[in-house]
Design a protein around this ligand. Sequence first.
Ligand code: CU
Length: 478
Amino acid sequence: MLKVSQDGQVTPYATGLRSPAGFGINAQGDIFYTENQGDWVGSGRMTHLELGDFAGNPAGLRWSSEKGSPVSLKVNDIDDTRNLSLYEYQNELKGVKAPSIWFPHTLMGISTSDINFFSKEMGPFEGQMMVGDQGHSKIMRVFQEKVNGVYQGVCFPFREGFASGILRIINNPENDAVYVGQTSRGWGSTGQSSFALERLSWTGKMPFEIKTIKVHPEGFSLEFTQPIDAASAQSLSSYQITDFTYSYHHFYGSDVQNKERRNITEISLSEDGMNVLLKLDQFRKGYIYEIKASGVLNKLSQPLLHDFGYYTLNEIPIGTSNLGKDPSSSTKAKRISLKRITEQPETGFNPIDITLEIGTAPGLKFDQSNLTVVAGSSVKLTFNNTDDMPHNFVLVAKNKADEVGIAATKLGLDGAALGFVPEIDAVITHTNLLAPHEIESIYFTAPEVPGAYPFLCTFPGHYLTMRGVLTVTAKSVL
Ligand code: CU
């Protein structure tokens, strides 16, 4: 990051950026930039950059020996062999800057872009940030607070379903709408247009949303946009809180690390019904908190428009004992699904009645949208992911594509371990979630009832476009 003065003088300011696609200055004059997942970057994120900061990507350190560099770290100072998070690394090495907000990959978005600020004409979120996502064609909402002098906060889903990949969000002159500039050239997006310009404004209707989440010495305080129903707000089953982190390393992205479920020890509701305080059994600094409030209703018994957010906990307000223990490694459960048979079964598949092959096409598509089999036949299907992002193949019951796609999106943190295949009856058979250029064959018996059986990719954000139909024809009666 360079600073250019009005008379054209250029001075270096900070480094360690990888693929910054958004930049913003808040009302206090502090500078934030958004980052995309990749090497050294476990997931999308936003970082508060101050003079001399190193945000994590060592490529920029090659210039830190030059005269006038505000950054003193050198390439050889960076050691990623100990599987630390960027937050832990920041505590060890002066100059490293951990982000103020993590946008968990696929759970919030996949390619973080522009930053803009809500005006008071744009709804109940004045001063909060809109952050775009190119790949998921959506806008996220960010609330930040400063705790012990450090920025941190929470991101929520805000608006989705844009026509193309969001890159720029700017205000109109009246400040009561934003223009959203979009493209999917060179990098696919959920919105299928290759480019778009859309205008987003507020209808004036108050949405039922979690307005803010703030850290409290012993937990989190949730503020709502409408008064909440006391019974639902005081029920433990209305909430689910899980914390986790990402690895800081030179590999592309990171799996979710050290995931643990947190217990809520106390719930208290404010008198005006606008706030609820959730006390937790434990805090882990540097962790991301998935906070779900799916059971909370408003006074009309309506559910939240978006019932979850992700809070990045860098600091805990002073005046408490932090009961944090050392992060323990969680063991990764390998999933066994009876609906995914990858070895040729001994009975019923000798011979195999039909062999199908399907691949991927650019723009979140399969390379074929129609397959045909005879009812009850034994099928070998090979799915070849030739794309540059992960995909699966999931065959579902008639008319169940949307239900399965939505259920996969709602898996949240459990999704990755399940290959984003929900454990529901509507799923007939599926492959694993295949990494780019991976291939897998599955064996299954075609449904006995003829008809149209949808297939889709259930990786979050893909199901709307990446789908087709397996037509099951009646057995010939000869
Ligand atoms: Cu996919």
